[in-house]
Design a protein around this ligand. Structure first.
Ligand code: ZN
Length: 237
């Protein structure tokens, strides 16, 4: 109960802080606590996943690594801020996201958060829906599962389950301009292009110009040096 009260209070502060702004991502509703998400045991082997030993994320929450070979930490627990379109993000990244959107809009763009936090159950549902759609096309169960896993991460291995990743697109469909602006400017707000071109063998994910991940201050360094989060963590002591 105490936890919920604190969450609600934090949400009110956000509301108060944002009430005077005209250009914002949303009118955030009070933050809600995130249930601890159980992690899955298995990660199906997928192409392009480096067969390397576990990379340590260290103690910094901002650098928590989640990919096909690094499942969501069992004790991962964060508070969420709900955006006006219903999408949710970790409350700790909300201020930086807000600043980035304010500035993108000043530059004449119309970014929108197309996807933020996903629960374990929602990730599972996405995978199930994808499998169903292949089954309806007449694929066998095995084929359908294989195909679906090429596009949808196994529950427990999607960065969206952290709440630190957002898919950003253009509200009017002018995605390219938004992607170009983000590629140039997002690191200044602590966000990295998480799945760059030509890094599929490291990240295990194809180029996604819309998917940004909050890592904080090191975003500029990572971007300047052309490092993925995996590469940065592997070389950190
Ligand atoms: Zn994404």
């Amino acid at each position: 109960m105490k936890h919920q009260l604190i969450a609600a209070a934090a949400g009110l502060l956000l509301l108060a802080a944002c009430a005077v702004r005209q250009t914002q991502i949303s009118d955030p509703t009070p933050a809600v606590p995130v249930p601890t998400v159980p992690q899955t045991e298995t990660t199906a082997p997928r192409e392009n996943i480096p067969a390397e030993t576990v990379i340590s994320s260290g103690d910094d929450w901002k650098l928590t690594l989640v990919n096909a070979s690094h499942a969501l930490p069992e004790d991962w627990d964060a508070e969420l801020t709900v955006l006006s379109n219903g999408k949710r993000v970790d409350s700790r990244i909300y201020p930086a996201l807000q600043r980035m959107f304010d500035d993108a809009r000043k530059a004449g763009l119309d970014p929108i958060v197309g996807e933020g936090y996903r629960t374990h159950a929602e990730q599972q549902q996405m995978l199930d829906d994808r499998i169903d759609s292949y089954l309806q096309e007449g694929r066998t169960q095995q084929e359908a599962e294989q195909l679906a896993l090429e596009y949808v991460a196994v529950p427990g291995t999607s960065e969206h389950e952290l709440g630190l990743a957002v898919d950003i697109n253009s509200q009017s469909g002018n995605n390219e301009a938004v992607y170009v602006w983000l590629a140039q400017n997002a690191p200044a707000y602590g966000f990295i292009l998480r799945y760059p071109e030509n890094k599929e063998t490291v990240t295990g994910i194809a180029y996604e110009p819309w998917h940004y991940r909050y890592v904080g201050d090191v975003a500029k360094k990572l971007t300047a040096e052309g490092l993925t989060l995996e590469e940065y963590l592997a070389q950190s002591p």
